[in-house]
Each structure stands twice: as structure tokens, then as C-alpha cells.
Design a protein around this ligand. Sequence first.
Ligand code: CMP
Length: 137
Amino acid sequence: MAQTFVMVKPDGVRRGLVGEVIRRLEQKGLRLKAMKLIQVTPELAGKHYEEHRDKPFYGELISFITSGPSVPMVWEGREAVQVARTLMGTTDPVKAQPGTIRGDFALAITENIVHGSDSEESAEREISIYFSPEELV
Ligand code: CMP
């Protein structure tokens, strides 16, 4: 069964939206496999966002993602990667449809509430950065 990595970012935690994100994913039928509340370190953030290292927004992204607690999670279900991305909406909340998480709760591209893997390969890589195999229930 497909798995995906989803993380409520520091703005989502600060704004009390962890429950809202979980509710939407559960309501759709995805199953929660692992979850924790952590402070993302610069080292962890560097591994997670390694593909963006040369982008102009990289510094802002790392400083934001390490600015407070985040909630990384693993979700499982049919086409989990695509389903989670559809529920989240496009990366830029300005373009995200109403009814999606970013469409309903965000306006800024950096502070966009949630991260979700963009492919099954990314999901596998990101899950292994944040979780050990024993943490998946
Ligand atoms: P995320 O899905 O976590 O993956 C990379 C993040 O970089 C993205 O969400 C955005 O929050 C952030 N970001 C900041 N600026 C940009 C930009 N111009 N284009 C794409 N992503 C950006």
C-alpha cells in the first residue's frame, strides 16, 4: 500500500491547525502510520530540502522550518502521495483552490501550513529522514 510523508510546518502548529490537517486526511480515508512533534534542526532541514539548496528561497525556507515545532507524519492508502497533495492544494496558496488546506488557510508561499511528498521516491526518502522503521505502526 502506498505511503506518503506529510508535515505540518511551524506556522500550522502555531496557528493550531494540526487537528484540522489530520481531520482532513483521516476523513478522506488515509490511515495514520506515524506522527510526532519535533523541533526540526538545521541538519534535518538541510537533508529534507537538499534539492532546493541552490534556490533563492533556500535560506528563508530553512530559517522558517526551524523556527518552531513541526509535526511530521506518515500516511498510508491508495495513491497516498497524490491524494495528500490534492487535499493540500498547490504550493503557492494564492493559486490553491478553496476547499484545500492551503486554499483555506494560507496566503504566503513559505508559510504554507503543510509539506507533502511530490512522488513515491520522495516519500520514501523523506520518511527515512524523519522516522526509523520501528516508528511506523
Ligand atoms: P514544500 O512543499 O515544503 O517544498 C519546498 C518549499 O519551499 C515549498 O513548500 C514552499 O513553502 C517553499 N518556497 C518558498 N518560496 C518558494 C518558491 N518561490 N517556489 C517554490 N517553493 C517555495
